[in-house]
Design a protein around this ligand. Structure first.
Ligand SMILES: Cc1ncc(COP(=O)(O)O)c(C=O)c1O
Length: 440
């Protein structure tokens, strides 16, 4: 039997107008929009359609689903829900944020030019300069905090304007409305990576951007347990090639991953609110601390774009960056004092993480380019979780004390010795692997 659309699902269209509520609020849409009830059982959660293929009624027909690279009902629910939350008409889900970014770039051809913000996620910079540059696409990186720089960099060959606001890792803001307007007048497609802000805080399509991309790995899924990405747009002509490449290239998420991201979306409003509350407390604490040289957080009145942040975003986000000194030594001492804060890549999860962008997220950016963009070796990026703010601040205070002391190191609890890993024949796994390596 083939599963067909159920009329009960018609009451929710892609714009999230839940029947009976003409203008539902974000948190209502996050629960009721996009997703559909299961037509077989009425399950209140979208089922995981763990299937690759679908029985078809006739030869040469056009079934709603034929093969899961092309489409899967769990993925459809996620794509609809993501589109709804961003105020888009069309949504596509991907296996990671980088897969989504790559899918947008697939529209480029040799000779095309892209204008991009200077302060970008290192992986975006890497795919631009190490992969697409190889195929004859050229890139100009500008400081997009001044829209005049964007206008000045656009040439006859420019196809895309690539923005991150707030940017990773320096939390610089771009006036999306101004820059999207400049791009539109020049016939250039504007793309905003909205991973940091999330649609809870900022909706770039409402500000005139053409395309939004996400790493749903971060706040949208929110629990550091699933990778994902998305492309959202209102423009059918832009959507069509994106959809074609999604199927042609095949970097799609599996249904279980779609389910996890969908589940995250239900609580994203609540979580982001708490991330913002905690991040503001943390930023204020850091700004007063004598061991901290500089704090980057758009919610501090000292941030150069505080006024823009207040105008463009509903709140200031859960990421705070700060500088300890000019080199990595103080950062190492800081690491020795962290307990609650985990040194790890990624951001936007419920658990607080910190990272050292020069050696982690931005290690693929050449040191001179990195430093030229203002990413100094003493920079730390915090992804502020939803734990108790007092506990987070107490742990930071202890870690900063270590950073400021000559030797660092808060007596670490020695982790328990892990049990020896053994093979089926009882030999220690490490010994067996060592023997195999010598054999190879
Ligand atoms: C702003 C931004 N965009 C895109 C990505 C890439 O996402 P993913 O790791 O899901 O591929 C990241 C990852 O950190 C990011 O911070």
């Amino acid at each position: 039997m083939s599963i067909r659309h159920d009329s009960r699902n018609e009451r929710r269209d892609i714009r999230g107008e839940v029947q009976g509520l003409a203008r539902p609020a974000f948190d209502t849409i996050a629960i009721h929009g996009g997703a559909f009830d299961d037509p077989l059982s009425g399950s209140v959660n979208v089922p995981v359609y763990q299937t690759v293929t679908y029985g078809q009624d006739e030869v040469g027909g056009t079934p709603a689903y034929c093969y899961s690279r092309t489409g899967n009902p769990t993925r459809t629910a996620l794509e609809r829900q993501l589109a709804t939350l961003e105020g888009a008409e069309h949504g596509l889900a991907f296996a990671s944020g980088m897969a989504a970014i790559n899918n947008v770039l697939n529209v480029l051809k040799s000779g095309d030019h892209v204008v991009a913000g200077q302060d970008l996620y290192g992986g975006a910079y890497r795919i631009f300069t190490k992969l697409y540059a190889k195929f004859g696409v050229t890139f100009t990186f500008v400081d997009t905090t001044d829209p005049a720089n964007v206008a000045g960099a656009i040439t006859r060959r420019t196809r895309l304007l690539w923005l991150e606001s707030p940017s990773n890792p320096l939390l610089r803001l771009t006036d999306i409305e101004a820059c999207a307007g400049i791009a539109r007048r020049a016939g250039v497609v504007s793309v905003v990576d909205n991973t940091f802000a999330t649609p809870v805080l900022q909706r770039p399509l409402d500000l005139g951007a053409d395309v939004v991309v996400h790493s749903t790995t971060k706040s949208l899924a929110g629990h550091s347990d699933v990778l994902g990405g998305a492309i959202l747009t209102r423009d059918a002509e832009l959507h069509e090639p994106f959809r074609f490449f999604q199927n042609a290239v095949g970097a799609v998420p599996g249904p279980q991953d779609c389910f996890l991201v969908l589940r995250g979306l239900r609580t994203v409003g609540l979580r982001v609110e708490r991330h913002c509350l905690n991040a503001r407390r943390v930023a204020e604490f850091l700004a007063e601390h004598p061991a901290v040289k500089r704090v980057y957080y758009p919610g501090l009145a000292s941030h150069p774009q505080y006024a823009l942040a207040r105008r463009q975003q509903r709140d200031f986000g859960g990421v705070v960056s700060f500088e300890l000194g000019d080199d990595v030594e103080a950062v190492k001492r800081f690491a020795s004092g962290c307990r609650l804060w985990t040194l790890a890549e990624s951001l936007g999860g419920v658990k607080s993480l910190w990272c050292h962008p020069p050696t982690m997220t931005h290690a693929s950016v050449e040191p001179e380019v990195r430093r030229g963009n203002g990413i100094r070796d003493g920079l730390i990026r915090l992804s502020v979780g939803i734990e108790d703010a007092e506990d987070l601040i107490a742990d930071l205070a202890a870690a900063l004390e270590c950073a400021a002391s000559a030797r660092g190191s808060r007596a670490r609890k020695t982790p328990p010795e892990p049990p020896p890993r053994v093979c089926r024949d009882g030999a220690r796994l490490e010994d067996a692997c060592a023997a195999r390596e010598t054999a190879i």
